[in-house]
Design a binder for this molecule. Sequence first.
Ligand code: NAP
Length: 242
Amino acid sequence: MRGLNNRSVLVTGAARGIGLATAERFAEEGAQVLLVDLAESLELTGALAERGTYKCIDVTSADGRAAIETLIDERDIDVLVNNAGITRDAVSWKLDADNWQKVIDVNLTAVFMLSQAMAKSLRARKKEGVILNAASVVAHYGNFGQSNYVATKAGVIGLTKTMSKELGRFGIRVNAVAPGFIATDMVAKMPDEVLDGMRGKAPLSRLGEPSEIAAAYAFLASDDAKFISGATLNVDGGLVLG
Ligand code: NAP
């Protein structure tokens, strides 16, 4: 894809799943990639062995976010991928306040705080750049047992639209990717009958692969997407059609 070679990219939640596949894809495109996650350490292989750096940082902690702000400046980050996300599922009338707040903290507050840090840094460096956020197709139609998660993903879509309006004049594009059900550890926690139902509803009749979401992030970060901002790209095998 055009314009990714030698770009500097930061991916959160990058130790596994969609985040790791995204970091790998950017490195394969020739970008320098900074991977952030909770794991103490991470062995980097393939293109990441040459072009990746891993940092153990919690995106919900004030210290962690301060460290990321410094790294955004020091590493001249061009592309931020706010991928880190968690689930804490329970039907809304049984969901406790702690599990409401934890999901808000990772999936929404950290996305806002890191996007704000990225925008401030790009403005100070007088650079254009790209912010990409992890939404989900469930933001469009709700999902049983996921009131906390769906609220954050719908919030991410609203935040993406708003920041794209505010930052477009500075050449900063802001977009979201809304995956359907993708074969990662997050989805492995779901009951088989739920996943079978999802396969049945999607016109492509299967779960997605992390690399298929990574391709969407790479496209949206590239110059091939330089007139796309404020968009939420569904990558879901057609699931959202119902
Ligand atoms: P995953 O396999 O669970 O990986 C998420 C990664 O984020 C994990 O390595 C996790 O670390 C890390 N993380 C969690 N909290 C963090 C924190 N506070 N600071 C830094 N890193 C943190 O998830 P995934 O399936 O790849 O999903 C990635 C993103 O796509 C999420 O935002 C998710 O909501 C979204 N998404 C996924 C699907 C899907 O079907 N998989 C569908 C729609 C949207 P730990 O392992 O230590 O917790």
